[in-house]
Design a protein around this ligand. Sequence first.
Ligand SMILES: [Zn+2]
Length: 698
Amino acid sequence: MRRLASAPHHLGSAEGARNAEWIRARFQEWGFDARIESFDVLFPTPKQRVLELVAPFAFRAALAETPLREDPTSGQTAQQLPTYNAYSIDGDVTAPLVYVNYGVPEDYEELEKLGVDVRGKIVIARYGEGWRGIKPKVASERGAVGCLIYSDPREDGYFAGDVYPKGPFRPEQGVQRGSVADMPLYSGDPLTPGVGATPEAKRLERGAAQTLTKIPVLPISYADARPLLSALSGPVAPEKWRGALPITYRIGPGPATVHLKLVFDWRLVPARDVVARITGSVWPDEWIVRGNHHDAWVNGAQDPISGLVAMLEEARAVGALVERGWRPKRTIVFCAWDGEEQGLLGSTEWAETHAAELSEKAVAYINSDTNGRGFLSVGGSHSLETLTGAVAAEVEDPEKKINALTRARLKRIADATKPEERRRARERAGIRIEALGSGSDFTPFLQHLGIASLNIGFDGEDDGGIYHSIYDDFNWYSHFSDSDFSYARALAQAGGLLTLRLADADVLPFDFSPVAEVVAQYVKEVSELADAKRQEAEERSRQVEENLPWAVADPRKPFVAPKPESAVPHFDFSPLQNASDALTAAAEAYARAFEAAFAPGAPKIPPERLKRLNAELRGFERSLTSDSGLPGRPWYRHVVYAPGAYTGYAVKTLPAVREAIEQRRWNEVNTASGATAAVLQKAAGQIREATKLLTPAQ
Ligand SMILES: [Zn+2]
């Protein structure tokens, strides 16, 4: 970590290239066939950044993080990327300011009630509540001409605890860099959606790239945000909107008037993925892919080196086994990705370039990213849940000295908010893995190609406010996170066991019962969501009939009459319910057949049948995808898990159905439900095929 985080190593930097070479050399030293695969990707960096308050008083934002004497790498200013959001467009705008809280759709509904319009304004949103790229997306849809995003001290600054270097939290000049691409549309290079960004790839004109923002966006510190926010008048912000600055939070618009000017250098730079493999001895054409990114926004000790060093330890251990004469039955591919921070560039371009081969050969993709102290947290394909639980049972929590499964399970019981939830958590002997939206390199594998995927890491006990700033470095990590690297070892054990078991199991360790279980739950949820929307609409029309909103409003405050709402129709979820039942039945039959196949005295599965069985098993996740993809965003093909169009990181399960309901596209709900159900039926068929191959011919 000290070596890899010793200098800023972002995409396209000299240090990033040196790190890639260094990682490749380690893989080679450990006996892997390792090389660097490069892609040419669009990476804007700032040429000019101006943010100033022009009324009611003059103030020019510093837009710079302060080096700290206590932190040796924080002063590497010549190599640090300036504070900015990647894939903001160029712009030069001057307009009154409006405070929009987190800048998510619900916040704009609140603004509407308050009679505040953002058309022609610059909005200022605080970080938090979902993917930062959603903030400029929603702002531009509402007619804003510019967007500022700041880190409020309430979230990760002095309200939370002592700031760095005294404590782990964000100092006043700390800024969260980050991508603002519209990633829920597609991840990867904005100019090459769906294909690898190779030299010969056909590229979009920059103006045609749909994932760039529509308005200029800039992230700022709370030191820079404070004068802007304090110059706002207009209504006092609702209580939940108030942060921890010593000011009265007001919404505006104005009289604060802001000038924002951004000019970027729109260059193509090489994204350098390091890809290392050990060829399998029995099934070389079945691949277990393990990945973690190597690029950072600045020094990035936590993000991503804390996860990368664990993965490199796994590779070193695999190398040591190979040296002793062992070989995996399947091929193991270790990948250190570049350009994750800008929008999963290295992983997406690699996955798109090798799509056909991966679709044929990949058994699973195991991802990690940041790692720290706390609980084993796993998200991903529920077909791998049983395997994950078994692995977690063998990894010791380094501080509590109990196994990681027990600790994660007890944490789930402790965190349950309802007795029913607590009961279910107690009944579950294994681990429960979360559904995945986006936010790291698993996305192209899971949601674009339909490869069973996991995202693993320890977290939950490290506080801090250094994310994507110059302060995420070795000094911070070794003081405030996994300072003895014992959780790095635990992550390497978890990732290593998952990889080795997938590589060596005769019958791939997929279990479909957890899939059937969560799908049944998701079907129930979308049906309940529709009912809740219907009740909400009924209540609102009743209130309008009663003239309630007007009667209870304070006559001295502006009043905006709520719009009348149309009734919510009833939907047909029976295709989904039938598909869910089919999955449950198929999963149960597979489990019975599996038990019989491995009962004492059962005949050994002949090699030819085993090969076909494993092909069916690794095809299961693919059977959960649709060729046409999700409505309006065809790059995302998984029908069970997707990042939300208006949440980004956070998952939407059964996304086509759920989002049609959430976005009140009533006439699309039945179609989405039918299309999703057809894919789930196909997946049930896939399990039945595997079951046949597990059962000896009569
Ligand atoms: Zn990361």
